[in-house]
Design a protein around this ligand. Structure first.
Ligand SMILES: [Fe+2]
Ligand SMILES: [Fe+2]
Length: 228
């Protein structure tokens, strides 16, 4: 199903979903990399990954919409945003008609979505099996870090965090290049491989051009040994 139609059918017709979207817009802001545009892209990916699967859409959509809602409070509290987002979900969802079981389900999916909160990744193999909603959220979120969108987010986030080129490439190797292996569903893994190739091409060009730049710096460093 086309993303816009899925968003209208599965979300915007329901009052609880409209309220969550309103909250996400107010809290996350318009930042392309980590604001509500990111959350909407993840929702779109998640709805596509859910097609043909036996998914609880209410749980999936609430999990996606709230998965990063704690991010704006991460720096000031020092608490991981997934933990904060799960906490906010627990506060907000009962008032929107979610049962205690649904709230617990959403909380678990949110806690498992993050690459950096390694202790709580979706685990489909263990006896404490993760839900399909948890898998889909985690996969959809990771897909948004790859491909051309991933390049855009990598550069924008590096600029926002004053990360230099060396550290930006480090982030690619430490996190982004590993994302296909962390996918929970087979479709997401295949898509991630394709998107990683695009990102890899960009990174290789960056290496190529940086090498030339590094040579220039070496020449100047030799000519002016004391300048630094
Ligand atoms: Fe996140
Ligand atoms: Fe996210």
């Amino acid at each position: 199903m086309e993303c816009r139609k899925a968003l209208e059918d599965k979300c915007l017709r329901n009052n609880w979903c409209r309220e969550l979207v309103r909250l996400v817009i107010a809290v996350e802001g318009k930042d392309e990399s980590h604001g509500y545009p990111h959350t909407l892209r993840v929702l779109c990916r998640a709805l596509k990954l859910a097609e043909g699967k036996n998914v609880d859409y209410k749980v999936l959509i609430a999990s996606v919409l709230l998965h990063d809602i704690g991010r704006p409070f991460e720096n000031e509290t020092g608490v991981h945003h997934a933990v904060l987002s799960a906490f906010i979900a627990r506060l907000v969802l009962p008032g929107l008609g979610f049962s205690p079981e649904e709230v617990a389900h959403v909380e678990k999916a949110i806690l498992e979505h993050s690459f950096s909160l390694a202790s709580s990744r979706p685990d489909v193999k263990s006896s404490n099996k993760s839900s399909i909603e948890s898998c889909i959220l985690s996969d959809a979120d990771k897909l948004d870090a790859l491909g051309a969108i991933g390049i855009y987010r990598l550069v924008e986030t590096s600029a926002q965090r004053s990360r230099n080129m060396h550290d930006t490439l480090g982030h690619y190797h430490e996190k982004l290049s590993k994302l296909p292996q962390l996918m929970c569903t087979e479709e997401a893994r295949r898509e991630a491989e394709i998107l990683l190739e695009r990102l890899k091409r960009f990174v290789n060009w960056l290496y190529e051009e940086t090498r030339e730049y590094a040579d220039l710096v070496n020449v100047v460093d030799k000519a002016f040994p004391l300048h630094g």
